[in-house]
Structures are given as C-alpha cells and as structure tokens.
Design a protein around this ligand. Structure first.
Ligand SMILES: [Zn+2]
Length: 349
C-alpha cells in the first residue's frame, strides 16, 4: 500500500478562489492576477511558506474556503519542471536587443511551474526559473552598443571565424592565428601587427565568447555584477584623466567613472566571476606617467584575480616600452603576451 493519499480536488474556479472585491479590481480573464490556478510571486511564495500572508500581514485576495485549504496544505510538490524551448538565433537576437517581447516569459523574466499540494489537491503556479532572456539582455546590452562593438564587426564570432580574402595577411597565417585563438579562447593575448591584418576582428570574436560566458553565469547568479570590459586604451586613459580632475570645475557635468576600475575588477572576482579586460589599440596614445600608472593598476588587478587580458596594437611590446620609456609599464604589458596562459600573436606572414 502506498502511503500517498490521493485527494480529489474540488473544482476551484475564479469565483470560489477569489473574494468578489479582488475579482472586481482584477483585469478580465487570463490576466495574471486572479488566474486559475493562482499564480504566486517569489515574495508570495515565501509568505505562503511562512503563513504570513494568510495571517493578515498582507492583503489576502482569497476566499475563506480557499484560504483554509491553503493553510491546511503542508506538502507542496513541484510537478512540472521548467523547460526552456530552444529559440531560433534570430529570435534570440531580437529579444536580446529588446526589439520583441520574450516569447517564453512574455517579458516577466520569470517562468512559472505548477506546484501541487498532496494533501488538498490544490494547484498553484510558482516562479520556478529565471528566464534566459536575462542572459540575452545582458549579452546584447554590450554587444549591441556601437561604442563597444562597431557595426563592421558585429558578426564576429570565434565559432565561424575564417580567413578573410581582403586581409593583408596570407590565408595560411590567418588560419594559424584562428586555430590558436580557438584552442585558447580564455587565455590572454597580445595581438599586434600592421593595419588591415584583422586584429580588431579577432579581438572582437574573443570578446564575444568571453561576454557570452559571463552573461550565462550572471543569469545563474542574478547579481548584476559586471566582469567583462572592452574599451579603447586612449579612451580609458582619457576617462582616468577626467576622473582625476573631476573636482577642478565645480560647474561641470558629473564625471563618469572610468569604464573599468580596480574596484570593479575586485568586485567581479569576489562574486565568483573571472574578470576580463579587452583593450583596443594600446599603442594609439601618448600616455602621461599618471595614465601609465592607471593602466598598470587595472591590468595588474586583472592578473591578481587570474583574469584575462586581450590587447591589440600595431607595435610589439618592446617597441611600445621604448616609446613610452617606462620599465614598469613593460613588466605589466609583457605579462599580456608572455608566460603561462598568455600568447603574443604577430599579425604578419
Ligand atoms: Zn524571457
């Protein structure tokens, strides 16, 4: 004999579940409020477990009969695990860009599952998972930002990367570089070589992979912690200069915090992420000693957290050090392209 007692639930309807005043306030049929079975939010569910809502702390929309059944039930079982239907890549992009409502959660970011009360036969809907449109939104918030990814490279993708016929580099060398990046997408890379050799395309493809991995982890953690930054080096150093001088002009607009800071990197690592910094055109600036110091600080912070740094430049690290005349910068920059988990990739035949 099974010890599970099957109870035939009374046919609960809107009228027997909800008080008339709750029904009169609710939108007509099929609205989430006053739906059958009732739908609970995360908070409600918590309250339900603690019996708070029913003890009168929160307004109770339910009839006395239904409330009594809810109170009687103490053996809730999830009976339908949430499944994520695969979405077409085009739909994923449109949802990510917020050009259409998510077809899975209708924009609520939460997917509901049925919960079944064994004692009473009650059925209620409870939030069972955060919809993966959260991941699509956080990925596309940066990927669709033209200041981060220019339109020219918006299709860059490590998975589909192939030698490009108009490149200044022979196809064979391009293939070697592509193979190296595909084999080590999470490593640090110093990509250097002349213009038109495809460095920006490659850094963008690596950035896509790292940004995607972060957005999947953030979806699971739901903590809004950023861990991947991409910025042109000259812009970052200008931001630091503006930040340093922010109190000089009291009538000026509030100064924006630099794109990436040591605090942000440490915060990401504390939350369990691997920080990643993508620096475009490291040698396209003439930094002051103050700015070199700031660059060293952020790159060092990423290394201290065993993160990833990817940089592009026309010149080799040695040429750059000679130009900047900073030994300290050299030590830091050399780390991007040398040592374990780091590659110096020359874009030349
Ligand atoms: Zn969704």
């Amino acid at each position: 004999m099974s010890d599970v007692i099957t109870v035939v639930a009374p046919q609960w309807t809107r009228e027997t579940i909800y008080k008339p005043e709750a029904l009169s306030k609710a939108a007509p049929d099929n609205a989430p409020e006053c739906s059958v079975p009732p739908r609970f939010t995360w908070d409600d569910l918590q309250s339900l477990r603690q019996w708070k809502m029913l003890a009168g702390i929160y307004p109770n929309p339910f009839t006395a009969a239904y409330t009594a059944e809810l109170l009687r039930e103490d053996d809730w079982r999830i009976c339908s695990p949430v499944v994520f239907p695969p979405l077409d890549p085009e739909v994923r992009e449109r949802v990510g860009r917020r050009q259409m409502e998510c077809p899975m959660c209708q924009g609520k970011q939460v997917l509901y599952g049925l919960q079944h009360g064994l004692k009473t036969g009650l059925e209620v809907e409870v939030p069972s998972a955060v919809c993966y449109c959260r991941q699509l939104h956080s990925f596309w918030a940066d990927w669709a930002n033209k200041e981060i990814v220019s339109l020219r490279f918006s299709k860059a993708n490590l998975a589909t990367l192939e030698p490009y016929e108009h490149s200044q580099l022979p196809a064979q060398r391009q293939q070697e570089i592509i193979d190296l990046l595909k084999a080590h997408p999470g490593d640090s890379h110093y990509l250097f070589g002349g213009p038109g050799t495809g460095k920006t395309h490659m850094i963008t493809a690596l950035y896509r992979k790292t940004l995607h991995n972060w957005s999947v982890q953030e979806w699971k953690q739901r903590d809004d912690v950023k861990a991947v930054w991409r910025v042109s080096t000259s812009r970052l150093l200008q931001e630091y200069l503006a930040w340093e001088n922010r109190h000089r002009d009291e009538y000026a607009q509030p100064t924006k915090l630099p794109t990436v800071t040591v605090d942000g990197i440490v915060k990401a690592a504390k939350a369990g992420y691997r920080p990643a910094l993508f620096l475009d055109e490291v040698d396209k600036c003439n930094p002051t000693p103050f700015q070199i110091g700031k660059l060293i600080e952020v790159v060092d912070a990423v290394y201290a957290e065993v993160g990833q740094v990817v940089a592009t430049a026309n010149k080799s690290v040695d040429d750059l050090i000679a130009r900047w005349g900073s030994d300290e910068a050299g030590t830091v920059l050399r780390r991007i392209g040398a040592g374990p988990g780091a590659h110096s990739v020359r874009f030349a035949g």
